[in-house]
Ligand binder design. Structure first.
Ligand SMILES: NC(=O)c1ccc[n+]([C@@H]2O[C@H](COP(=O)([O-])OP(=O)(O)OC[C@H]3O[C@@H](n4cnc5c(N)ncnc54)[C@H](O)[C@@H]3O)[C@@H](O)[C@H]2O)c1
Length: 359
């Protein structure tokens, strides 16, 4: 059985959760709870391995991946250790990866190598390890760094899974470049398994399907990890806000005016760690124009909910590679990502995805 060889870009909490989650399923052979798909094509969770990894933090560089995933400021601690992830975490170019608030937690190294030199070493590492899928888990606002890595994927013949809100898969020109090389790309910005986006989308669609008018809505998110401290820097957030807002607007027949919809990461509360709280409110009117409102509060482990989707994204990317399909994978992106090139309802995306998977 062929294995899926994943390369990680950004060995933060999400990567740690994904890797520890895969080890959890390896240890609990018959356990399927928590998986969207038990198998994708011929691939089970146990067929995913992590063969290369890249970061810039002084606590992680030069360590085996199995050690780096537990290094500060990472906080995921689900399994004691992950045997087999022994590849050393290599240096990537910092570019715009580190924000002013996250810097003191991430502790980036002083880079002495040029981008060209790092690029050469990275290409060698990807070829040497047989990496086939590159998974982008850089911090929000890493526009230049994501462009660097998307180009590396094109150059090294890897599929690219873009979990962050930099618009690559949803950009026509990037998708065309991947299509030309017959390489699949899935993105952008991972839609967590049971996260605030999917819950908000489904509630909005429910109101719409039941004939209610929606007047106003908000979604406020708080958490206590590096992702949330990074998002305090509002300049890094532009595409995140677009991605999250469009994910919800796309479920409405009539778009809400800008002043009637607020969706975004809103604060950093250190003691929450990887726990994320989302507060969602919808105000509308139903039969006879009578008003109603609803409020819900979601309390999730932000890294479990990210890993639950990423484990499918890497397997769909490999399936695309196996089938020789290039460009943005429409259905995996629509179901698994917040900002795909084509938005659908989650129900439609799931049914089209499964049809495509089984074709
Ligand atoms: N539920 C979720 O957690 C969720 C959902 C959607 C999107 N995302 C996105 O996934 C990304 C990763 O989230 P996270 O919680 O793991 O963040 P994190 O801060 O824990 O991890 C980011 C990692 O990237 C490294 N890094 C920074 N600049 C780099 C560079 N130039 N090259 C290589 N490595 C670099 C950091 O050292 C750190 O290890 C974020 O952009 C986040 O918004 C997460």
């Amino acid at each position: 059985m062929t294995r899926i060889k994943v390369g990680i870009i950004g060995v933060g909490n999400c990567a740690s959760g994904l890797i520890q989650g895969v080890e959890y399923y390896r240890q609990s052979r018959n356990m399927q709870t928590g998986l969207i798909h038990e198998r994708i094509g011929k691939y089970s969770v146990n067929d995913v391995e992590f063969v290369s990894a890249f970061d810039i933090g002084e606590t992680k560089l030069g360590k085996p991946l199995a050690e780096a995933i537990y290094s500060a400021p990472n906080e995921v601690q689900w399994v004691e250790r992950v045997p087999g992830c022994e590849r050393i975490v290599m240096e990537g170019p910092i570019l715009d990866g580190v924000g002013v608030f996250a810097e003191k937690m991430i502790k980036p190294i002083e880079q002495t190598k040029s981008v060209e030199e790092l690029h050469r070493e990275i290409v060698q590492e990807i070829h040497g390890t047989g990496t086939s899928v590159l998974l982008n888990y850089l911090p929000v606002g890493s526009q230049k760094a994501t462009v660097f890595w998307a180009n590396v994927a094109l150059e090294t013949g890897c599929a690219f899974v873009n979990c962050i809100p930099v618009f690559v898969a949803s950009d026509k020109e990037w998708s065309r470049r991947f299509e030309e090389k017959k390489l699949p790309i899935i993105g952008d910005d991972i839609k967590s398994q049971v996260g605030s986006t999917i819950v908000h989308r489904v509630l909005m669609k429910l109101c719409r399907d039941r004939g209610a008018a929606i007047d106003r809505t908000y979604q406020i998110n708080v958490g206590g990890n590096t992702d949330f401290i990074n998002m305090l820097e509002r300049e890094r957030l532009e595409s995140k806000k677009i991605s999250k807002t469009e994910a919800v607007q796309s479920q409405l027949k009539d778009r809400l005016e800008e002043g009637n919809i607020y969706i975004g990461p809103s604060d950093f509360i250190p003691f929450l760690g990887n726990r994320k709280l989302a507060f969602i409110r919808i105000e509308g009117r139903m039969f006879a124009n009578i008003p109603f409102n609803m409020e819900m509060r979601l309390d999730v482990d932000d890294k479990s909910t990210s890993g639950g989707t990423a484990i499918d994204a890497v397997r769909f990317a490999q399936l695309g590679l196996d089938r020789g399909i290039g460009g943005c994978l429409t259905y995996p992106s629509a179901y698994l990502m917040k900002h795909p090139p084509v938005q659908m309802s989650d129900e439609e995306a799931r049914s089209k995805l499964d049809e495509w998977m089984n074709a």
